[in-house]
Write a protein that binds this ligand. Structure first.
Ligand code: VNL
Length: 195
């Protein structure tokens, strides 16, 4: 269901071919909802069958054609119904905390490696998200640029502010992960000190 909404989000910016959906996805909403092309193309076909998007055949190259998807009225309604309904929460399935809970079984070196990798992963993601915030603020992100094309500047600011806010949430969470992993390194140091 979430992938479907992420794809509807893409098509609220402009009509696109499947390939353009895929490309735009990877440089926008894919930063908060990762999905490979093997999920995107079949889901677009199902969404067309369900009437949420409509595929129009348009000329392509010398003699070819391609299908361009546009969100339908039913698609917009479904997207808004989702946004106007509170989210459903899934109970925890957290591989990192599961592992942390049993580090008494691990080699201390492996525990140190675990927390160090955790810090490196989240640090890298923070950099990606900060870059994204920059390209949202300066409107150079191609998906956002299309989305705000022809819009009054107040409306463009409103559209942009929510996207920036989403990334600020991602960054805040990653910073908390890093702080936690740093405490984990200290804990391993304290608990596994030998001799
Ligand atoms: C959009 C553009 C969304 C860039 C994004 O992430 C993004 C958009 C949610 O215009 O839909 O990073």
């Amino acid at each position: 269901m979430s992938l479907r909404n992420a794809l509807l989000a893409m098509l609220t910016s402009q009509p696109m071919t499947g390939y353009d959906v895929y490309k735009n996805f990877q440089t926008s909403v894919g930063y908060v909802w990762h999905a490979p092309d093997s999920q995107i193309y079949p889901e677009l076909r199902r969404m067309e069958q369900d009437g949420l998007i409509s595929g129009e055949t348009v000329p392509w190259g010398k003699r070819g054609t391609k299908k361009r998807y546009a969100i339908t009225e039913a698609g917009v309604e479904s997207f808004q119904a989702w946004l106007n309904t509170p989210p459903e929460y899934q109970r925890e399935r957290d591989p990192v905390r599961l592992r942390a809970a049993y580090l008494e079984w691990a080699e201390p070196e492996a525990s140190i490696e675990f927390f160090t990798a955790h810090i490196a992963y989240h640090s890298a993601r923070i950099e990606d998200w900060k870059d994204m915030i920059r390209t949202l603020r300066d409107h150079s992100n191609p998906t956002l640029a299309k989305r705000i094309e022809g819009k009054a500047s107040g409306e463009a600011d409103r559209i942009t502010a929510y996207k920036v806010f989403a990334y600020e949430g991602m960054i805040a969470r990653a910073e908390a992960e890093i702080a936690w992993a740093e405490r984990g390194l200290e804990l391993v140091e304290t608990l596994e000190r030998r001799g």
